[in-house]
Design a protein around this ligand. Structure first.
Ligand code: ADE
Length: 413
């Protein structure tokens, strides 16, 4: 079969395979859970269109999907997040349209190439593939799944406007996804990206975390764990209260701008660091984003007002402001953990991707009986993924007795 992949270099395949093996060895929850579906070829002949960050962890998911019988066409979920060795490794068995350093036009064209293969099912991270499928009115899609908060928000908006054309499983909304991936995954990998990019000390540094959802909680917790002084900016009153009782300093972006040395956005919202706040920051402030899209820091205004911009280290741009101060932007304001590091660790992604794998099987089996809606993940699937993850970590837990199960539902003491 001729495959029309577009990747940086096929020569990187052996390196990609080594990375794949390393991730696979740490993603037992996914591989064990997938084993039965692989033996029964549960996805036999299914054409899958996939838009995910092309990482070593994604290669383990793609491998499981291929082994279960699917045909996969893959695009990256961000112009800067593709690991080129992994793209080369996967291109030996799937059609891959992904390389690191794409323009916005190239990024969109790769998504279009996935849709041109006329997939029957989609797996997406961020919603761009689903949105493009709707804009192009791609026919024959039975259903799909979505990995991240931002993508689920977009799909729910489409659903409420009556535009959603097929059922989508919101993998992000599984407890075994958001409580672990969004919190512990992003918490670790965002700091990992910032540390790789800057090589600076976090202990004693004043870090401002903008947003206190699951991602913000993880980032704040890990920053504090590294000895940073942490301020949280949050506009939701309940979350702000939670951050306060967790012991963080909580304030507005205007106030935080004058205090912080390193700013990390984690909101899924636009312009949470507006240009005016950047003007208030101290000379040398560092800006990083942990959210899916590069809209959280007002990068467009920052660059349009800049006196100069130069790459001072890989993934660090020094931006000279009109009045003489300099700020440093990590990864062009794109998702720092995937641009400046390798994304979440495999032990976290094994849960997210076990949910993706089960969602693909569910769509294959049940799409006809589902409506064009956004669906959650069943509690059975949650338990299956959690048990598989515990097993992969060598943790054995007990069970409720029959008497306890009854007691839990009874009004009698
Ligand atoms: N999103 C965050 N981390 C990731 C990873 N390692 N692989 C794929 N998607 C991710």
């Amino acid at each position: 079969m001729v495959r029309l992949s577009e990747i940086a270099s096929p020569k990187l395949s052996a390196e990609g395979e080594r990375s794949f093996r390393w991730a696979e060895a740490h993603m037992g929850a996914l591989t064990t859970l997938a084993a039965d579906y692989v033996s029964s070829k549960a996805l036999s002949g299914v054409k899958l269109g996939v838009c995910l960050h092309v990482t070593k962890e994604t290669s383990v998911l793609v491998d499981a999907l291929l082994e279960a019988g699917a045909e996969v066409t893959l695009a990256g979920a961000n112009p800067l997040s593709t690991q080129d060795d992994i793209a080369a490794f996967l291109a030996e068995r799937a059609e891959v349209h992904a390389w690191r350093g794409q323009t916005a036009k190239e990024y969109n064209s790769c998504i279009d190439k996935v849709l041109r293969t006329r997939p029957a099912q989609l797996i997406d991270d961020g919603g761009d593939l689903h949105v493009a499928a709707h804009e192009h009115k791609t026919r024959g899609i039975a259903g799909g799944s979505e990995e991240t908060t931002t993508g689920v928000v977009r799909l729910r908006a489409m659903e409420s406007e009556g535009l959603l054309a097929y059922p989508v499983i919101a993998v992000n909304d599984a407890k075994t996804k958001f409580m672990f991936d969004n919190r512990y995954g992003t918490g670790q990998s965002t700091l990992d990206g910032i540390m790789r990019a800057t090589a600076l000390l976090l202990a004693g540094r004043h870090i401002v975390v903008v947003g206190y959802g699951w991602v913000g909680k993880g980032v704040a917790m890990r920053a504090r764990g590294m000895g940073a002084i942490v301020t949280v900016v949050e506009v939701d009153p309940v979350r702000a209260l939670e951050a306060h009782l967790e012991g963080y300093d909580v304030t507005s972006i205007e106030k935080a701008a004058t205090l912080g040395e390193l700013f990390i956005t984690a909101t899924g919202q636009k312009d949470v660091i507006p240009y005016d706040a950047i003007e208030l920051m101290r000379d040398g402030a560092i800006l990083a984003n942990a959210g899916h899209f590069d809209v959280e820091i007002d990068v467009a205004t920052l660059l349009s007002r800049a006196k100069s911009v130069r790459e001072t280290r890989p993934n660090v741009d020094e931006v000279a402001l009109p009045r003489g101060k300099k700020v440093y932007l990590i990864g062009k304001g794109r998702i720092a953990n995937l641009v400046a590091a390798e994304g979440h660790p495999p032990e976290v992604m094994q849960m997210s991707f076990a949910n993706q794998f089960l969602a693909a099987v569910k769509i294959r089996r049940e799409a006809k009986s589902l409506e064009p809606k956004v669906y959650g993940v069943s509690s059975e699937a949650e338990d299956e993924v959690a048990r598989s993850a515990l097993k992969s970590m060598g943790i054995a837990i007990g069970e409720q007795t029959g008497v306890q199960r009854k007691y839990a539902k009874s009004w009698k003491v």
